[in-house]
Design a protein around this ligand. Structure first.
Ligand code: PMP
Length: 399
């Protein structure tokens, strides 16, 4: 007899993207498919020093079980880190999570009952779609443009569906690369208050801006919209700027939500690795973070420019896109110009044959997928590889 798995598994499937990743082992493939940061950007020296300090200075607590809420020195450091980004957050107002992915999972676990409605952006982060569906959410997609979620349409959807919460990636979204304008950020917070709706802000990419800092996070802006702070949950992470393998994320939310998240985390992983937390804490303490940020911003900015230029040169009006102002992604739409194909899935198959990989955009939509879209990550290939890869994409489009 096959095992009878929980019914909730019927709501999700292994992503099409993972299937595509299996092909990436082909020799010579240039990949724009992953969402990974470039390992060459990891500050290995800094992390060696930080982990060495942990074992010299605090081996007992760092190798012991710890509090579910997080290792206190790290909570203190994260509170200081958030202050550098314009948000006043006391250490007890945040908990450390195993990546921001776990913060999202805890929000799903604490907030979603089967059948509850949740509004997400169309398109949005695939793992969040799957995670919220696993808890039985009915997802509703709010349309976006280059300035992020369209707040007029968001308001209509909130009024109509009365969602449990709204999940947004306001700054350099995955996969959209879009940056929510300041005006819309304020509007989102006003909507939260007007409709008494929780907003979940996922912010893994806000530190990765290129030319100019993005507008303040929704969290930072809660100071300007009375009554909004309790209606805002914020997920942060060190994954994109320091190391995803550390698995250090955090959740900032009002006390009742935080307490329930802590309770659920207790039953799940008890706490995030104390050793990883202590290492992250020592790293933030040693003062290397500002120069690390300058370095990663500069490298990704160069790569983004190279990708934008190559797309214009090699694909011309066969594609439409906005240059991202930060983050790791280009979000591209096939226009079908000059008889080119408009099906990104078909282009992905042809592209693999030409030695370049990307992910089609359709799986990133909770509803009404746009089959002409695709996501290109410029994070892990250097400028020469980006130019070569986009040239191959041009060949694939014309093959
Ligand atoms: N949110 C978004 C939008 C992401 O793109 C990612 C990573 N791909 C995460 C959350 C999770 O990151 P982590 O768990 O490593 O913090």
């Amino acid at each position: 007899m096959p095992l009878q798995f929980a019914e909730r598994l019927n709501k999700v499937e292994t992503s099409a993207i993972r299937e595509l990743f299996k092909l990436l082992g082909k020799p010579g493939i240039i990949s724009f498919a992953g969402g990974f940061p470039d390992p060459a950007m990891f500050d290995v020296e800094g992390l060696k020093e930080a982990s060495g300090n942990v074992l010299n200075e605090e081996p007992g607590p760092a190798l012991q079980y710890g509090a579910t809420e997080g290792y206190q020195p790290l909570r203190d450091q994260l509170s200081t880190f958030m202050a550098t980004k314009g948000s006043t957050v006391a250490p007890h107002e945040l908990i450390v999570t195993t990546g921001s992915q776990q913060a999202l999972d805890l929000i799903g676990k604490t907030m979603i009952s089967p059948g509850d409605k949740v509004i997400v952006e169309g398109p949005t982060f695939l793992a969040t779609i799957q995670c919220f569906r696993l808890y039985g959410a009915e997802l509703i997609s709010a349309p976006i443009d280059a300035h992020g979620v369209k707040t007029d349409e968001l308001e209509t959807l909130i009024a109509q569906h009365k969602p449990k919460f709204v999940y947004l990636i306001p700054t350099f979204g995955n996969p959209s690369g879009a940056m929510l304008s300041l005006e819309r950020r304020k509007k989102v917070l006003e909507l939260a208050v007007k409709y008494d709706t929780l907003i979940v802000e996922d912010d893994p990419y806000g530190d990765l801006y290129f030319d100019a800092p993005p507008p303040p996070s929704l969290l930072a802006l809660t100071d300007t919209v009375p009554g909004s702070r309790d209606l805002l949950a914020h997920c942060g992470t060190l994954s994109k700027v320091l190391s995803p393998g550390l698995r250090i994320g955090w959740l900032i939310a009002q006390p009742a939500l935080l307490a329930n998240a802590v309770m659920c985390k207790q039953f799940s992983d008890a706490h995030t690795s104390t050793f990883a937390q202590a290492t992250a804490s020592q790293y933030l303490k040693c003062g290397r973070m500002p120069s690390t940020l300058v370095h990663v911003r500069q490298v990704y900015a160069e790569r983004a420019k190279a990708m934008g230029d190559a797309l214009k040169r090699e694909l011309g009006d066969a594609v439409a896109f906005e240059r991202p102002r930060g983050g790791l992604f280009f979000w591209v739409r096939l226009t079908g110009a000059k008889g080119g194909i408009k099906d990104a899935g078909e282009l992905a198959r042809r592209a693999i044959e030409k030695g370049v990989a990307f992910v089609p955009g359709a799986p990133f939509y909770a509803e009404n997928p746009d089959l002409a879209t695709l996501r290109l990550s410029f994070a892990t290939a250097d400028v020469a590889k980006i130019e070569e890869g986009i040239a191959r994409l041009g060949q694939a489009l014309n093959s």
